[in-house]
Design a protein around this ligand. Sequence first.
Ligand SMILES: Cc1cc2nc3c(=O)[nH]c(=O)nc-3n(C[C@H](O)[C@H](O)[C@H](O)COP(=O)(O)OP(=O)(O)OC[C@H]3O[C@@H](n4cnc5c(N)ncnc54)[C@H](O)[C@@H]3O)c2cc1C
Length: 285
Amino acid sequence: MLYTDDAYTPYEAEIVEFIKEHHDIFTIRLKFTDPELDSKYFFRPGQFNMIYLYGIGEVAISIVNDRNHQQGRFEHTIQVVGRITKGMMKLQTGDKVGIRGPFGTSWPMNEAKGKDVIIVTGGLGNAPLVAATEEVLKNRNQYGKLRVLHGIRSSDLLIYDDMYTRWNNSPETKVYMATSNADPVDNGKWTWGKGYVTNFIPELSVDYANSIVMTVGPEPMMIGVAKAFIAAGVKPENVYVSIERSMKCAIGHCGHCQLGSQFICKDGAVYPYPACEHLLEVKGL
Ligand SMILES: Cc1cc2nc3c(=O)[nH]c(=O)nc-3n(C[C@H](O)[C@H](O)[C@H](O)COP(=O)(O)OP(=O)(O)OC[C@H]3O[C@@H](n4cnc5c(N)ncnc54)[C@H](O)[C@@H]3O)c2cc1C
């Protein structure tokens, strides 16, 4: 908590823009109504906020970088899955929500310096890795090659296409995308790949022994990605994943997100793969 010592109090933020990404996915751009909080608010790539829909409840949502890099503005991309996120879909520009955060660990941006960086996401797992990707691009000469791999079930589920086009700009910085299912809406317009993102491993032309992998997606996908890149030569300690569990307090008190000995909200959500491999392998944990 960098802007307040009070981790339990939600602070009011106003929606300055509501972007409909897909029929059940939307992005809200926010600013705090208190200008002092607005100027102090700071987060590290990979952290999350608790967003409170007044009178309904709170959900943990990753912080996406502001796509216009405006000081004091932050974004969340949200998929409707249940009661609270369904209510949030009805929000409009000018509406207010409560924000607690930022919480959790962050992507290893310092450890990644001097290495090739491989970002691998599936579905809405791209949201928690936008800020890390932008951080590499902002400090381009401190990192090696950047490879952004994104997998979706079908082409109509792609969000952030403007961003992927912007990122895919040189031999040093390349984007690889693939759809894994038969694509009813493609009509030949999908010019990216087909199949699983791990199929791209032979063509990334990176130094796997000096690469760092950051991945978010469904857990079976993250396990598959971790194993495939380790088999390709990435050191296990250089593979990082982000784990989602239902959260309430976000500061390691309530135990809702407990996974084995870990409180995902404060010990995670970002982990080096070897630190959580044994937990991810246990079905139903
Ligand atoms: C660190 C972290 C970051 C997250 N980032 C994002 C994000 O950027 N965008 C986004 O859309 N969602 C994100 N989530 C997931 C989000 O918190 C849940 O989707 C949300 O809490 C669901 O609330 P609800 O009331 O709408 O649904 P509920 O009614 O609570 O649940 C509906 C269904 O979703 C399942 N569910 C609820 N919470 C989770 C969860 N955390 N993980 C997996 N399944 C869950 C329930 O078991 C149920 O089947 C994140 C979760 C965590 C822990």
